[in-house]
Design a protein around this ligand. Structure first.
Ligand SMILES: Cc1ncc(COP(=O)(O)O)c(C=O)c1O
Length: 303
């Protein structure tokens, strides 16, 4: 993970200079909102995948948390992202916009502080799937529960939400798994620590409803690509035991992309390797992000 330049509150500075004072309320209370975006090399140059949708979700997350005024519009933030990517000069990279509560906010209200904004870029390393993509992930159902949407606002990508993810993933890895699957407060499958989840059963894709999850942009991309391929998709509640009997399980997210799950709680899924429908969707996803798919043009913002 390497980053050269960071745009912070209007100035492009060396990343080592992009510092935040210790006395910053957002840091103490987890009140920050972020996005995770990827840019890929394409035949027409470096392109940011679904930039507008990410920056809209960024704005939506800020509104959900309750910021009344944001310093920049979606269009301005898209321009800042492009400028920061250009400044860093990387090839494939990962982009991190962040808003945080600063200049006050110590009395636990947003209204006595201000939103500060930064965007940085780093050279991407593999996020999930350190084992080969064919092998898939060893997942477990977490002992931690995903947030109730009236407690932590799962549609908002709030930094504080990720304490839950970090505890779940740490526990999973200490127990020898690659990734944790979290259930919602009703006990149904929600999502992974930083990715959404799909299962394949009898040729049909099923994904949990949006109630207690982050509405992933990759989840939306997968639904569109599956539609193009004539694979039916439905949203419905999944119970833990569904995971044990379906033909395939995969997770998807901007950082994770599409990664198969080979086992859940030690029970092999299908043949215990990445399944055939997951493989087809992975290929379609790689083709769309790399600019080689009919949908690429609409979804890629060249920098
Ligand atoms: C908790 C959680 N769910 C789902 C996702 C997938 O979202 P997206 O596809 O927009 O990256 C992410 C990643 O951002 C996430 O952190």
């Amino acid at each position: 993970m390497q980053s050269r330049f960071t745009w912070i509150n209007g100035a492009m500075v060396e990343t080592s200079q992009a510092t935040v004072p210790f006395l910053t309320a957002g840091f103490h209370y987890g009140v920050a909102i972020f996005e995770g975006i990827r840019a890929y090399q394409t035949p027409r140059g470096l392109g940011v995948f679904r930039l507008r949708e990410h920056m809209r979700r960024f704005e939506d997350s800020c509104r959900i948390v309750g910021f009344r005024e944001l310093p920049h519009t979606v269009d301005e933030m898209m321009e800042v992202v492009r400028a920061t990517v250009r400044a860093n000069g990387f090839g494939d990279c990962y982009i991190r916009p962040l808003v945080w509560l600063a200049d006050g906010g110590w009395n636990l209200t947003l209204d006595t502080g201000k939103p500060h904004v930064a965007v940085t870029v780093w050279e991407e390393s593999v996020y999930l799937g350190q084992r080969s993509p064919e092998q898939g992930l060893k997942a477990c159902v977490s002992s931690f529960t995903r947030h109730h949407p009236n407690a932590m606002m799962t549609k908002a990508k709030v930094s504080g939400n990720y304490a839950n993810s970090i505890m779940a993933k740490t526990e999973a890895q200490r127990n020898g798994f690659d990734e944790a699957i979290l259930l919602d407060p009703q006990g149904y499958v929600a999502e992974c620590t930083g990715a959404n989840l799909f299962v394949v059963r009898n040729g049909r894709l099923i994904t949990p409803p949006a109630d207690a999850i982050l509405e992933g942009i990759t989840r939306d991309t997968v639904r569109a690509l599956a539609g193009d391929l004539g694979i039916p998709v439905q949203e419905s509640q999944l119970s833990r035991d569904h995971l044990y009997v379906v033909d395939e399980v995969f997770v998807c997210g901007t950082a994770a992309e599409i990664v198969g799950v080979s086992s859940v709680d030690g029970r092999p899924i299908g043949a215990g390797v990445t399944g055939p429908i997951t493989r087809v969707l992975r290929e379609a996803y790689q083709s769309v992000v790399r600019g080689a798919h009919p949908r690429s043009e609409a979804w890629i913002a060249l920098v």
